[in-house]
Ligand binder design. Structure first.
Ligand code: PXP
Length: 250
């Protein structure tokens, strides 16, 4: 019998859109830090937040409080800019996920072009790793990008599941790409995470990919919380992840 590995898949809750709702009115409600506390009690294994250049949702003070006040490892998503580099080195979060960022986009639309920016990214990755931060590269499941992530010195990749989540008739193709990408990444010695656009309906096939160690999920969980509460949405997501792992391992 194969070993069950359901406990090896962590859920990182992305609280960006709690801050989006707060910022719609100003003030302090709803507080992304309170959401992170509640998600922890519901079983989330980590908290993720993206401090964007324009501070459209998460702000500097949120990141500091998420690090100082929440008893979960913080995954700090950031663009590879000098400003963010300085913030990360001062904050020293558990992890940094390097993401591409364009001012006009609504969300992080594509993976980071690590292969095309290897010379610029490598010193940054080394500096963050040397500071004791676990660095991941948010990339498409593309062999070139996975190999470049290794070359840059990153120990982790997060596979972008957006194309899979948004696909209609090509979903099987996108899933196959992710399965193959996870296999290749693990064979290159990378720890493999995944995220973007995951929800109750599409998480199972991703959670079943045996090499994955962490999923980062935000928008859907925060939206579902409006109807069922954050505690219930986190518990339900974890239950679906666990069931998919157990079924895949059986
Ligand atoms: N992982 C990364 C690197 C992201 O940029 C995002 C979106 O901010 C997510 C995961 C979460 O995506 P979603 O909000 O669609 O669940």
């Amino acid at each position: 019998m194969k070993q069950p590995h359901s406990n090896l898949l962590r859920l990182g809750i992305n609280v960006d859109h709690v801050a989006t709702l707060r910022n719609a009115r100003g003030g302090s409600h709803p507080d992304p830090v309170s959401a992170a506390h509640m998600a922890r009690l519901a079983g989330a294994d980590g908290v993720t937040a993206h401090l964007r250049e324009d501070r459209r949702h998460i702000r500097d003070d949120d990141i500091r409080r998420l690090k100082d006040e929440v008893a979960l490892p913080l995954n700090f998503e950031m663009a590879a800019t000098d400003e963010m580099r300085r913030i990360a080195l001062a904050l020293k979060p558990h992890a940094v996920c390097l993401v591409p960022e364009r001012r006009e986009e609504r969300t992080t639309e594509g993976g980071l072009d690590v292969a095309g920016q290897l010379a610029q990214l490598t010193p940054l990755v080394h500096e963050l790793v040397d500071a004791g931060i676990r660095v991941s590269m948010f990339v498409a499941a593309d062999p070139r990008q996975l190999e470049a992530s290794v070359a840059a010195g990153a120990p982790v990749v997060e596979l972008h599941t957006g194309s899979y989540a948004e696909a209609d008739e090509t979903q099987a193709v996108e899933l196959a790409r992710l399965i193959e990408g996870a296999r290749l990444a693990a064979s290159l010695g990378l720890e493999v995470h995944a995220g973007h656009g995951l929800n109750y309906d599409n998480v199972g096939a991703i959670a079943a990919i045996p090499q994955l160690r962490e999923l980062n999920i935000g928008h859907f969980l925060v939206g579902a919380a409006l109807f069922e509460g954050l505690d219930a949405s986190v518990r339900q997501m974890k239950a679906l992840m666990r069931a998919a792992r157990e079924q895949a391992a059986a």
